[in-house]
Ligand binder design. Structure first.
Ligand code: GLU
Length: 304
C-alpha cells in the first residue's frame, strides 16, 4: 500500500470538494487560527511517516489530549476508575450539565468534559505536577519533545471556564471529585491547550494501533487488553454525539478536538492525524472527517 499516494489523493479530493464549517470561538483565542489550514500525517508501525499539507504545523489538540490522560490513569487505577466513569456513548453535547445531574455524578464516559474532569482529578491525586507528567507522557509515547502549551489559548479558556467549573462542582457534590476544583480545572485547561503537529500526534497514538506497545518508548504503555478498551471507547465515544456517524462513515477508533484535529488508529496497521480548523455543528472538523471517510473507502477496509 502506497500510503503517501493515498493521503495525497485524499488531500486533493477534500481540497476540491472544500466542505466548510465554522472555527470554534467559544474559546476566543481558538478563533485566531487560519481556517484554511489542512494537513494529514500517517505513521505506520515501523515508524515511517507520510505527510501532506500542513502536517508539520502545531495546532491546539484540545480534547484529543483526553486520550493521553485516560491512558495515564487507566493503567494506574485499572478497575477502580471505572466505578467513577461509565463507558457509554453520551448522545448529548460534550459539556452537558443536565446529563450529569440525571446520572447522579457518574459521567457517561471519559471523553465528555465531566468524564475527562474525573480523569484529570485522578491525575491530580497521583502526580504532584500533573501537567508536566502529561507532557512527559506524550513525549515518551511519541518519541520526542513535541508538546508546547499555548499560554494564550490556556488563559483564554480559563477566562471562560464557567461550564467546566460547574461540572466539577457537580461532581464534587456527588463525591466524585477529590481535589480542589480550581486546581483540577487549571490542569485540564492546560492539557487541552497543548499544541502538536499531525506527525507527532499520530506518533503519540501509535501504541494504540500496536496492542499497547510503543515503538518509540520501546515498552508496553498499556496491556493489549487496555489498548483494546481505549480503542473501543474512542470508537463509541470519541466524536461527541456524532460518534455513531463517525463509526458509520469511517469505522476507525479516534478522537476529535475543537481545535479541528482528529487522531485515529487502524489497529495493527497505522495511526493517523488530520487537522483542519472548521467544525460542523457537533464540534468535529468537517475536512478531517471527510478525509478519513475517503481514506477508509479507498483502503477498502476499516475496523469492519
Ligand atoms: N477545552 C475544551 C473544553 O473543555 C475541550 C473541548 C473539546 O475539544 O472537545 O471545552
Amino acid at each position: 500500500m502506497d500510503y503517501q499516494q493515498l493521503i495525497e489523493e485524499v488531500y486533493q479530493e477534500v481540497k476540491t470538494k472544500n466542505p466548510r464549517g465554522k472555527v470554534a470561538d467559544y474559546i476566543p483565542e481558538l478563533a485566531n487560527v487560519d481556517a484554511d489550514r489542512f494537513g494529514i500525517a500517517l505513521v505506520d508501525l515501523e515508524g515511517k511517516v507520510y505527510g501532506v499539507g500542513d502536517y508539520d504545523q502545531p495546532f491546539s489538540i484540545q480534547s484529543i489530549s483526553k486520550v493521553h490522560t485516560l491512558t495515564m490513569v487507566a493503567h494506574i487505577f485499572q478497575r477502580k476508575l471505572w466505578s467513577r466513569v461509565n463507558v457509554e456513548p453520551s448522545g448529548n453535547p460534550f459539556n452537558s450539565i443536565a446529563q450529569l445531574e440525571f446520572e447522579k455524578g457518574i459521567p457517561r464516559n471519559p471523553f465528555i468534559n465531566a468524564g475527562a474532569l474525573v480523569i484529570t482529578d485522578a491525575l491530580t491525586t497521583k502526580f504532584e505536577n500533573p501537567v508536566e507528567e502529561v507532557s512527559r507522557f506524550i513525549h515518551e509515547v511519541s518519541g520526542k519533545d513535541c508538546v508546547t502549551i499555548n499560554q494564550d489559548v490556556m488563559n483564554s479558556e480559563l477566562r471562560h471556564s464557567e461550564r467546566n467549573t460547574a461540572l466539577a462542582y457537580f461532581l464534587k457534590a456527588y463525591q466524585n471529585f477529590d481535589n480542589p476544583v480550581e486546581e483540577v480545572i487549571k490542569t485540564y485547561v492546560a492539557h487541552c491547550s497543548m499544541e502538536m503537529c499531525c506527525v507527532d500526534l499520530a506518533r503519540s497514538f501509535s501504541f494504540l494501533a500496536n496492542d499497547g506497545y510503543s515503538i518509540y518508548a520501546k515498552r508496553e504503555i498499556v496491556t493489549e487488553s487496555e489498548a483494546r478498551r481505549i480503542n473501543a471507547l474512542m470508537l463509541t465515544c470519541g466524536f461527541y454525539d456524532e460518534s455513531g456517524e463517525f463509526a458509520f462513515r469511517v469505522g476507525l477508533p479516534g478522537k476529535s478536538g475543537v481545535g479541528g484535529g482528529v487522531a485515529a488508529v487502524m489497529p495493527h496497521q497505522f495511526s493517523i492525524a488530520v487537522w483542519s480548523p472548521e467544525l460542523n455543528e457537533k464540534g468535529n472538523s468537517v475536512k478531517a472527517i471527510m478525509a478519513l471517510e475517503l481514506l477508509t473507502d479507498k483502503l477498502k477496509f476499516s475496523l469492519f
